[in-house]
Design a protein around this ligand. Structure first.
Ligand SMILES: NC(=O)c1ccc[n+]([C@@H]2O[C@H](COP(=O)([O-])OP(=O)(O)OC[C@H]3O[C@@H](n4cnc5c(N)ncnc54)[C@H](O)[C@@H]3O)[C@@H](O)[C@H]2O)c1
Length: 220
């Protein structure tokens, strides 16, 4: 068991982040979590047995002071914090840009100043847009079709630029439609798979995807 946190998970109170925190502390690692609770819940971390290994910080990834406090002494940042909904980004593109692009630049900038070794970025399959050919391949060209997809692609480019300019190790993982525990099936912005499962379990018709899908902008 280590005495100081080696890992910071931004967005660690969210669906993917909280599962990541659980996986890290299960290996005996101390983990710091920064989240502004805009779509996440601290309750997502409550079921983890090793509570003493989790340091929770409520704060925003656009706030330099909050990020600096969260990143102090850490070696690796898993940057999961973002506004993840494609439809929300279509309704409010400036909010998506602010959290996902400015937030990412702030995380990277603090990381380079504080000597963080590596930043792993939650990139997105939305980068590919609609493709005739399936399954999608990493070598396919980018074709962002929503403000969310643009913000995630911008994040990838910032990762590359910070690696090149400042020697930070960065890695982008383009998640597809992730599903699992701590994901909410409710509400207008629920992801497709939990929504389908929820409807199937309760005997309702699964229905069709919304206009976002037909316009090719539903990938998260
Ligand atoms: N779920 C998927 O299928 C999927 C697919 C591709 C990419 N991603 C990416 O993976 C990451 C995690 O997604 P998720 O599905 O767990 O979503 P989520 O909404 O459950 O988690 C995101 C977390 O980030 C936090 N957050 C948002 N804005 C913040 C800010 N400004 N400052 C601090 N915290 C902030 C939220 O409160 C939330 O806890 C996101 O970056 C998302 O874009 C998810």
């Amino acid at each position: 068991m280590t005495a100081r946190a080696r890992y910071l998970v931004t967005g660690g109170a969210g669906f993917i982040g909280s599962n990541l925190v659980a996986a890290l502390v299960a290996t005996g690692e101390r983990v710091r979590v920064l989240d502004n609770l805009s779509t996440g819940f601290w309750e997502n971390l409550d079921g983890i047995r090793e509570q003493s290994l989790i340091e929770r910080i409520t704060g925003d990834i656009r706030d330099r002071e909050a990020v600096a406090k969260a990143a102090a002494g850490v070696e690796v940042i898993f940057h999961e914090g973002a506004l993840g909904s494609v439809p929300k980004s279509v309704e409010r593109p400036a909010e998506s840009d602010s959290a996902n692009v400015q937030g990412t630049v702030m995380v990277l900038d603090v990381a380079r100043h504080q000597g963080v070794k590596r930043v792993l970025f939650a990139a997105s399959s939305s980068a590919y847009g609609e493709t005739e050919e399936l399954p999608k391949r990493e070598t396919m060209p980018a074709n962002a079709l929503s403000p969310y997809a643009v913000s995630k692609l911008a994040g990838e480019m910032y990762m590359r630029v910070f690696a090149r300019l400042y020697g930070l190790e960065t890695l982008c993982l383009r998640y597809f439609n992730v599903f699992g525990p701590a994901q909410t099936p409710d509400g207008a912005y629920a992801a497709a798979i939990p929504r389908f499962v929820d409807r199937a379990i309760s005997g309702r018709p699964i229905g069709s995807m919304g206009t976002e899908s037909r316009r090719g902008i539903s990938a998260s």
